[in-house]
Design a binder for this molecule. Sequence first.
Ligand SMILES: [Zn+2]
Ligand SMILES: [Zn+2]
Ligand SMILES: [Zn+2]
Ligand SMILES: [Zn+2]
Ligand SMILES: [Zn+2]
Ligand SMILES: [Zn+2]
Ligand SMILES: [Zn+2]
Length: 420
Amino acid sequence: MESGNGYEEPVDLRALDYVSSYDDHLMCPICRCPFIRPVRLQCDHVFCQKCLNTAMTTGLEVFTCPTCRAPPQDVFQNVPRILTNMCDEIRVRCPFVSEGCQEIVPRGHVQSHVDKYCGYKPIECPSPLCNKKIRRKDLPSDDRCLHELHVCSLCEAEITEQDYDEHVNELCPYLKMTCPDCLATMFRNALKEHIDVCPEAIHPCAASKYGCPVKIKRAALITHEKQCPLLMMSPYFEAQNSRLESLELKISHLQQRNEIFEEGLAKLQSTLMESPQTNNSSSDASDNQQPRDDRFSYQSNANTYLLSLHESLREEVARMSQAITDLDARASMTIMNECLRIKEDMAHTNAAVGSVRMQVQWLMNPRLHHGQRVASVRASGTGSSEQGSSNAVAPSPGLPSSGTVRARRLSDSGREGTKL
Ligand SMILES: [Zn+2]
Ligand SMILES: [Zn+2]
Ligand SMILES: [Zn+2]
Ligand SMILES: [Zn+2]
Ligand SMILES: [Zn+2]
Ligand SMILES: [Zn+2]
Ligand SMILES: [Zn+2]
């Protein structure tokens, strides 16, 4: 069944209906389809050859990798074979599904299916006078044109020869058919409606899903359904069903949680089993002595391990409290020493302050006396000019005396400095 013209159109793989799900990693980032003849860039990103070529030639700026924006680079043809194979194994629908082909094939085989095997592929009518298309499976053995119109004797519609047999035997709406239940004869297009209302048709009771065994003619069924106890109970059954469903859902959730918990418990047990064997050689020996009672020995093992752990922790705590007491005593001793030292310092400082105060007072006193003396001299000077002239000399012997006072004071302060 080769078609007349030798040229076969390639199937557009991007327009196919992909039936099986595929991994996102098999999808070209440009056309969002599984790779078609993939190529690889230096940055290891893969694209369809055609997509990459289009992207390289149409971009206005310098071409960069569409995925990682890497600068211009070489294109490699050697993409891992498994990638191509995985892409070709994705199942697709035959592109002539609209013509009636139900075939689902791996993508790698779709071209050969269309070229050689698909009976629904439209091909040129073999008659040189006709330019219509015909499905390959309808092709007559002689090169007759099947596009001549025939008129249906029943419905008077014009039907092409290729569809005529099917129309007359199955599809013509004026085909006479008989109801299988009441044996009435009617046209094909009326039969569908009739079957839904045929009084002779045998139907099950509406409560059949709840166990009502009644199957009778429609006319009798109406009276039955009025008094069917199961049908009356059906709202209750519905409610119970929904409750059961929600409970089952809950149970499945709980089961999942339970599984998780059990897993965790098993892990805990296994770690507990391992640790005493590695840490405690004596309990290991007892294990060997009682190989039959594994469970008991495991429990006693765990108990001894826990007890020893407890004991060591208790020792640790005792050591810690001892250390804390020591630290406390040492700290209080240090504080006391420090206090004593500070007290001594304070006493020294107090003494120094006292002596300074005394000196200041001593310094203030002569100045006070001097001021009083000057004031009294001024007061007497206003009385007689002679006394004033003698007084003008009088302060001169006072000056050296104040100089000696200053010297003494300086020496005092020096002494205090050494004392401090
Ligand atoms: Zn692509
Ligand atoms: Zn890249
Ligand atoms: Zn097909
Ligand atoms: Zn034709
Ligand atoms: Zn007809
Ligand atoms: Zn009927
Ligand atoms: Zn019933």
